[in-house]
Each structure stands twice: as C-alpha cells, then as structure tokens.
Ligand binder design. Structure first.
Ligand code: ZN
Length: 297
C-alpha cells in the first residue's frame, strides 16, 4: 500500500515520468494495433527500421552472426504471421525470385552460398563453366544434392554468337559431360556468356536460355553493401537476379540478402521452379529474362 502511494506521489511531482509512462502505454497499444492489420504503414515502418539496422550496422561491422539471428527470428515471425506451415512449401500465388550464380563453382564462395541457402530454406541456380567444373566436381555434387539447379555457362566462356555450330555444341557438351559425371544428370538450362545470343544461336541450343533482369554488378563493385542495396531497392516478383559465385563479397551479400528477401515475403527458388510454379515451364529455343506469371494479375 505504501509503495503504491509512493508511486502516486512520485508521478505527481515528476510530470516527465508520468509523460514517459503515458508514451510507453500508447506505444504498446499502437504495436498491438499494428499486429492486427497486415500491411499497415506502421508495420512496414517497423520492418524498415529492422532492415536499416541490419544493413547499416551489420554490414559496417561485419556482424554476420547477428544478421543470422535476425534472419531466423524474422523468418519465424513470417511463418507465424502469414500462416505458412512449412518454410519450404512454395505458394504459387506469393511472390518469388530466382538467384542465379555464374562462372563457378569456386572455393571462395560456392560452399558459403550453399550453406546460407540451406539455412534460409532457399534454392538457387548455378551456371557453371568448364574449368571450374573440372576442378571442383565435389562442389557440383553438393549443389545438386542440396536441391539446387545446375545450368550450363559453357566450357570456355566465349561469345557463342561468334562460334560455328559444331563449336557451340562442343562448348555445351563439355560442361554437360562434367556435370553428368559428378552428379548423374545433365544441366537443365543454358546461360550464354555475356548474355550474348541471337535467333541463330537459340535454334542451335537444345535447352532453354536463361538471362536475367536484375544485374547486381557484383563483379564490378566487389562490395557486399552495394550488392545488397542494389537488390533490395530493385527486386520485384519474378526477377532473375545475376550474381557470380566466385567472389567472397557476393557470398557475404547473399548471407545478408536471404533473410531480408524472405522477410519481405519472397520465396527464393530455382529458375525452373519459378517458371513451373508460375505456370510457364521453360521451353528450348526461347530466352527468358524474367518470369511473369499468375502472381499479381
Ligand atoms: Zn559469365
């Protein structure tokens, strides 16, 4: 009883303390209210507050572990809030994107990216080249065994539009041979080096050509912060995002991006999965820059 009286007099004599208590009560009320309305501006503001903190403090100080903690927390939050039963279940109506990695596999980045993908229940497509496939068959195995997709980025990374029919075939078959030897299956899609293709080349290739519509320019910046900014400011449903799993900065960026993208509701899938779930299975003799589908129509 005496404590209660003391608090009463304390608050009466210190209006600032009373004011702070009032603010606290109103804040709790607002947060509770925001939880009730999905997509409210207050809620989005809270989300952005989290993201900005992760992006600025996290990357500046390189606190990867902290981001993973946030990521797990937020992913769990998303699962509870949005009623998802399994983090691996794909909802065809919800937004999805495909991360694609060229020029690998490499010891600098591929393993780290695979670990991050697994942690966030995400899948990606790896467009491998001949030299690295020959050097790291165990990485090819690991990509395939973890449910990720392997695409063909040619044997010697040449501009295919300048080659003869026989040379184009050789560039593709050499990689297919290495991938099949390591994993038991051939590549499913082709990404011509430099994204260079023409009608003649499309006719010659016996698998769908996959390009991209969001270029992270990771090969140029070699800066995780820049890559994250670029993706988070431009990403939209159906995007095919171009990255390279030969730089540590790209692996670091992926570790930051996965929790952020998932938290924004993006499902991270392989190119073929995205096409399939959007009702547009990939066809040979065609080139794809992004996959527009049933979402948002
Ligand atoms: Zn390339």
């Amino acid at each position: 009883m005496k404590i209660k009286t003391n608090i009463y007099f304390f608050l009466k004599e210190h209006p600032l303390a009373l004011y702070i208590c009032y603010i606290l009560v109103v804040s709790v009320f607002c947060i509770a209210l925001a939880q009730l309305s999905h997509g409210s501006s207050f809620r989005i503001w809270v989300y952005q507050l989290f993201h900005d903190e992760i992006m600025e403090k996290g990357i500046e100080y390189g606190e990867v572990e902290k981001s993973q903690r946030y990521g797990n927390l937020l992913t769990k939050y998303r699962l509870v809030e949005f009623g998802d039963t399994s983090p691996e279940r794909i909802n065809p109506q919800a937004p999805m994107i495909a991360l694609t990695f060229d020029d690998g596999p490499s010891t600098q980045a591929t393993k780290r990216i695979l670990d991050a993908l697994e942690r966030y229940h995400a899948k990606a497509t790896f467009f491998v080249v001949g030299s690295n496939s020959k050097r790291y068959p165990e990485l090819l195995q690991e990509i395939a065994a973890s449910g990720n997709e392997i695409g063909n980025h040619t044997d010697e990374h040449k501009d295919l539009t300048t080659l003869s029919k026989a040379d184009v075939q050789e560039q593709i078959e050499n990689v297919d041979f290495l991938v099949q030897e390591a994993t038991g299956a051939k590549t499913t899609v082709i990404r011509p080096p430099y994204g260079a293709y023409d009608k003649k080349l499309l006719k010659r290739l016996e698998a769908p050509v996959v390009l991209w519509d969001l270029d992270t320019e990771d090969w140029e910046s070699r800066n995780a912060h820049f890559i994250v900014q670029k993706v988070m400011t431009q990403v939209k449903d159906g995007d095919i995002i171009l990255l390279h799993d030969i730089y540590e900065s790209t692996a670091e960026a992926v570790e930051w991006l996965l929790p952020m993208l998932r938290e924004q509701g993006y499902q991270i899938v392989t190119v073929s999965e995205m096409a399939h779930y959007k009702g547009k299975d990939l066809e040979k003799h065609k080139a794809y820059g992004e996959i527009e589908g049933i979402t948002g129509q």
